[in-house]
Ligand binder design. Structure first.
Ligand code: BTN
Length: 245
C-alpha cells in the first residue's frame, strides 16, 4: 500500500493552530493523510479546551482524514500515534517513555507529547484530525509554572538540540505503518506493547468522571481503546474518551 500518512505535507512558519487549519472548510479537499506542520502556533489547542503552548522548537503537526467510516477507528489510531512518538523518542534518547491514556506520552511524571483528536461534519462530509505536539528544542522553563512543572522537552532531558524534521519523518513513517495495520484491523496486536508501557498501570489514580473525582486502579487498555479501571471493591469499569473530563 502506498504512503497515506504524509502523502502531502504542508509546511508553515506560523499558524494559529494546525488542527484548526486542517479542519477549516478551505482545506476540505485535501487528501486523507495530508499533514500540516507549523514551526510555531499562536493559538495551539490542547484537550479539555486547554492552551497548547507552541513556541518555536517544538513539533506541531496535524494529520487530516476525510474518509471516515467510524470514529472509533481514530481513537485507536491516536493511541498508536502515541506509540509511534514513544518509539521515536526512545530511539533518539535510549530512555523509556510511557503512554498515558488516552494518548499522551510521558517521561517519568512529565508530559512530553500531547495528542488532540478533533472532528467536523459539513453536510455529508466528516473529517477527523489527529494533532500531535511534542516538546523538542523548546525548554519547558519558558512555560507558565503550573504547566512547566508537569512537562518536559528533549532539550531539557538531554541538553542537546535535535533535528525536528528528522523526528517528524521518523514518526510519520511509523504512523503510516500503524495506519496500514489499523486498516487490516490489527490494533489488538499492539495492545500488549501499549499496555506494557501504560503510565501508572496497576496504580490508583484520580479520575474526574462527570462531576465526581474517583480513585480508580488502572488495569489496561482494551480492544476498543477504552481504559479498564477497578474501584476498591474490585468492580471494573471501562472508561471511554468522552467520560473522563
Ligand atoms: C493535549 O495534550 O492537550 C493535546 C495537545 C495537542 C497539541 C497539538 S500541536 C498540533 C495540533 N494543533 C493544535 O492546535 N493542537 C495539536
Amino acid at each position: 500500500m502506498k504512503t497515506i500518512i504524509g502523502c502531502k505535507i504542508i509546511r508553515l512558519k506560523e499558524t494559529d493552530s494546525t488542527n484548526r487549519l486542517a479542519l477549516s472548510s478551505e482545506n476540505a479537499s485535501l487528501p486523507s493523510g495530508t499533514v500540516i506542520i507549523a514551526e510555531r502556533q499562536t493559538a495551539g489547542k490542547g484537550r479539555k479546551d486547554r492552551i497548547w503552548y507552541s513556541e518555536k522548537g517544538g513539533l506541531y503537526m496535524s494529520i487530516l482524514f476525510n474518509e471516515i467510516d467510524e470514529f472509533g477507528f481514530f481513537y485507536k489510531f491516536a493511541i498508536l500515534a502515541a506509540l509511534g512518538v514513544k518509539e521515536t523518542l526512545e530511539k533518539l534518547t535510549g530512555d523509556s517513555f510511557f503512554i498515558k491514556w488516552p494518548n499522551d506520552v510521558y517521561f517519568h511524571d512529565k508530559k512530553i507529547c500531547g495528542i488532540l483528536l478533533q472532528s467536523t461534519t459539513q453536510g455529508e462530509n466528516n473529517r477527523v484530525v489527529v494533532g500531535i505536539g511534542i516538546n523538542i528544542n523548546n525548554s519547558v522553563s519558558n512555560l507558565p509554572d503550573e504547566i512547566g512543572e508537569k512537562s518536559i522537552s528533549l532539550i531539557d532531558m538531554t541538553g542537546k538540540a535535535y533535528d525536528i524534521e528528522e523526528i517528524e519523518t521518523d514518526i510519520l513513517n511509523r504512523l503510516n505503518d500503524y495506519y496500514k495495520a489499523m486498516k487490516k484491523r490489527e490494533f489488538k496486536t499492539y495492545l500488549p506493547t501499549i499496555n506494557k508501557f501504560l503510565y501508572k498501570k496497576g496504580e490508583y489514580t484520580e479520575f474526574l468522571l462527570g462531576v465526581n473525582i474517583r480513585a480508580l486502579k488502572i488495569i489496561e487498555i482494551d480492544e476498543e481503546a477504552r481504559l479498564i479501571v477497578e474501584d476498591r471493591n474490585e468492580n471494573r469499569l471501562n472508561l471511554d474518551f468522552g467520560e473522563v473530563l
